[in-house]
Design a protein around this ligand. Structure first.
Ligand SMILES: [Zn+2]
Length: 342
């Protein structure tokens, strides 16, 4: 899922997203409830009509933003009180409120309201947040009133294997439509993430529900997660790094701000089907970035989103034809620090 925090995947139109192969995108409950307000979006016909995207939308519940703004928030067993990052006004988010907002937005998939904590905190503190997440999960299920919106629960538990196992069992035991794994990609090591995914995968066993790994990742990260049963990802990385001039290609990462591209007549990636690669040179993009032309951000974002979604399609194909391990090696080599093109 490309990430459209403010009901916009930065610099891309819905048509750009469709052409890139987007099947579903993510929008942000916290941001949209503060601005322009979920009531306003509901009055205007719901989030799909508001942003002009008729495909599926998943809304996160705001838990991650509360975590990111921890210095502005206070958590208790009922919910979270925090200061708006826009005007400092005091705001309150509870499980019931998070569901109410997401129902007003009218997303296709809503997320349970959870408490994630720094994975490196002592296990005792992680356990408290996990227990709260489970209690809030029950309250989210009880609060839902729409029958046309799926609701996913979120497994927490930090990097403690026992807590992860316990959380996976608890969330899987509830009547959610899908299961998300949260609280990873927040500063833990690659090995810790892999271990957490391993434990959750074991605990979920043959559970047929969709598994969504929140906030991951970069191309090499997809493989370890897919291997452990993950179906769905979201990440701001492809568009965020694109706006800084970093593009992902079959020759590795390239930084288009690098002077060596100013005379390079070739496309970003000769094998890519995107608008930027079909019509423009690295030299042109390098110029646009230096001149701070807005088109630089759009073309580089079009490319990185296309690259990422094409990679996911390749992964699906590789799972089907048995070439997953070799594709993984190819991509790992492309993205290794010693790889070509840096
Ligand atoms: Zn491209």
């Amino acid at each position: 899922m490309p990430v459209g925090t403010q009901a916009s995947v930065k610099s891309l139109t819905p048509s750009d997203l469709r052409t890139a192969g987007t099947q579903i995108l993510l929008a942000n409950t916290y941001h949209l409830s503060l601005r322009p307000g979920h009531e306003r979006i509901a009055t205007l016909g719901g989030l799909h009509r508001f942003m002009g995207w008729d495909g599926p939308i998943l809304t996160d519940s705001g838990g991650f933003q509360v975590f990111s703004l921890a210095h502005l928030s206070r958590v208790d067993d009922d919910g979270v009180t925090f200061a708006s990052h826009l005007d400092g006004s005091s705001q309150r988010l509870t499980p019931e409120r998070a569901i109410e907002i997401q129902e007003a937005l009218g997303s296709d998939i809503a997320m349970a309201f959870d408490q994630l904590v720094d994975a490196t905190l002592p296990a005792r503190e992680v356990a408290v947040a996990m227990a709260r997440t489970h209690a809030w999960a029950e309250r989210c299920l009880a609060a839902r009133s729409r029958t046309d919106q799926a609701l996913f629960g979120i497994v927490q538990g930090g990097v403690d294997e026992g807590l992860r196992r316990e959380s996976a069992a608890a969330i899987a035991g509830m009547a959610f439509d899908g299961i998300a794994i949260g609280g990873l990609s927040v500063g833990e090591s690659k090995d810790q993430m892999a271990a957490a995914l391993e434990v959750v995968g074991e605990a979920l066993g043959e559970d047929p529900r969709v598994r969504y790994l929140m906030g991951v990742g970069s191309p090499p990260d997809f493989f370890g997660a897919v291997e452990r049963g993950i179906d769905l990802f979201d990440c701001v990385l492809p568009t965020r790094v694109a706006r800084n001039g970093q593009v992902w290609t079959r020759a590795g990462k390239l930084n288009l701000r690098n002077a060596r591209f100013l005379d390079d007549p070739g496309p970003i990636d000769p094998e890519c089907r995107c608008e930027a690669c079909r019509n423009h040179s690295r030299a042109y993009l390098a110029h646009l970035f230096r001149a701070e032309e807005l088109l630089a951000y759009r073309l580089s974002s079009v490319h990185n989103v296309t690259y990422t979604l094409d990679l996911m399609e390749q992964i699906r194909g590789a799972l089907a034809d048995g070439s997953f391990a070799s594709l993984r090696e190819v991509v790992a080599a492309q993205f290794s620090s010693a790889g070509p093109g840096r």
